[in-house]
Design a protein around this ligand. Structure first.
Ligand code: NAD
Length: 283
């Protein structure tokens, strides 16, 4: 008996890296998996069918059920085609993992509109484009569902040279929190992870060049969290964001300080008063 027997999962960007591990882990627990991947390079250029097909073959070779999709998450037509491919192969969708992504890093002064738009399109708009049709399907089917989005510490903590990527990833966190509220009535849970793992996306990062670090950052270490969130073990978990990587799992959340409230003058602060109360306002 697998934790996900009878469930159908879509994983976008599952032809390599973390997404491949998600697809294999979901299938190992009994889920039928639609392996989506556009099959391009790290920066999103190019496309091909081999990446998705190879992972689908791996799942079948291990005794699981899989189908492939090569559609682009960054368009609503692509999102609808991804849902349709899952319905054609397996008849329903219980789990959606929005994982597809690209990197086009530059500091803001060097970032042109194309670098901005392409990263926002794949990550933020891509999450919308695939989630919308799947969310409608889950609501209409009336059996609930689990949607897991992929945010990043780059958006939630900040990272030098990634304002396009960080904006998209923080946007995905906001999307997750809003959609979780919309999904509540129909039992559609919506969570996000902020993973860290050694993949083609991160292989040139300085932190991964230190001795021993590569072994601790295998992408497969992220996927058990996806299986958990997809399963009924997480039936009460929604609207959460989890850091996952290198064996560590943490909840990430937006916090407010106790702050300070002015009651005099109708609550109107003067700038110099704000300066004088900074130690009560800041963490
Ligand atoms: P990766 O490059 O190995 O995987 C991304 C996959 O998405 C690729 O297989 C790629 O072909 C696919 N893809 C790209 N554009 C697509 C599109 N338009 N439609 C469909 N598929 C598309 O990188 P990864 O590290 O495995 O990243 C997976 C996810 O995790 C991404 O969303 C990434 O931003 C996020 N992430 C990764 C790390 C990390 O440390 N590796 C950290 C934070 C967030």
């Amino acid at each position: 008996m697998g934790l996900l027997d009878g469930k159908v999962a879509i994983v976008t960007g599952a032809g390599g890296g973390i997404g491949r591990e998600h697809a294999l882990a979901l299938a190992a627990e009994g889920a039928k998996v639609l392996v989506n991947d556009l099959g391009g390079a790290r920066d999103g250029s190019g496309e091909g069918q081999a990446m998705a097909d190879t992972v689908a073959d791996e799942i079948r070779a291990a005794g699981g059920e899989a189908a492939s999709s090569y559609d682009n998450v960054a368009t609503i037509e692509g999102g609808e085609a991804i849902l349709q491919a899952a319905l054609d192969a397996f008849g329903k969708v219980d789990v959606l993992v929005n994982n597809a992504g690209i990197l086009r890093d530059k500091t803001l002064g060097k970032m042109d509109e194309g670098l901005w738009d392409s990263v926002i399109a794949v990550h933020l708009k891509g999450t919308f484009c695939v989630t919308k049709p799947v969310f409608i399907h889950m609501k209409e089917r009336g059996e609930g569902g689990s949607i897991i989005n992929t945010s990043s510490t780059s958006g939630l903590d900040g990272n030098f040279g990634q304002s396009n990527y960080g904006a998209a990833k923080a946007g995905i966190a906001g999307f997750t929190r809003c959609l979780a509220l919309e999904g509540q009535k129909s039992g559609v849970r919506v969570n996000a992870i902020a993973p860290v793992a050694l993949t083609r996306m991160t292989e040139d990062l300085v932190m991964f060049q230190q001795d021993g670090v590569k072994d601790q950052m295998a992408p497969g270490l992220v996927s058990p969290m996806i299986v958990f969130l997809a399963s009924d073990l997480a039936k009460d978990i929604s609207k959460r964001i989890f850091f996952v990587g290198g064996g560590r799992i943490q909840e990430m959340y937006i916090a407010r300080t106790k702050g300070v409230t002015k009651t005099e003058d109708g609550g109107l602060w003067q700038p110099d008063e704000i300066a004088a109360h900074l130690d009560e306002i800041l963490v």
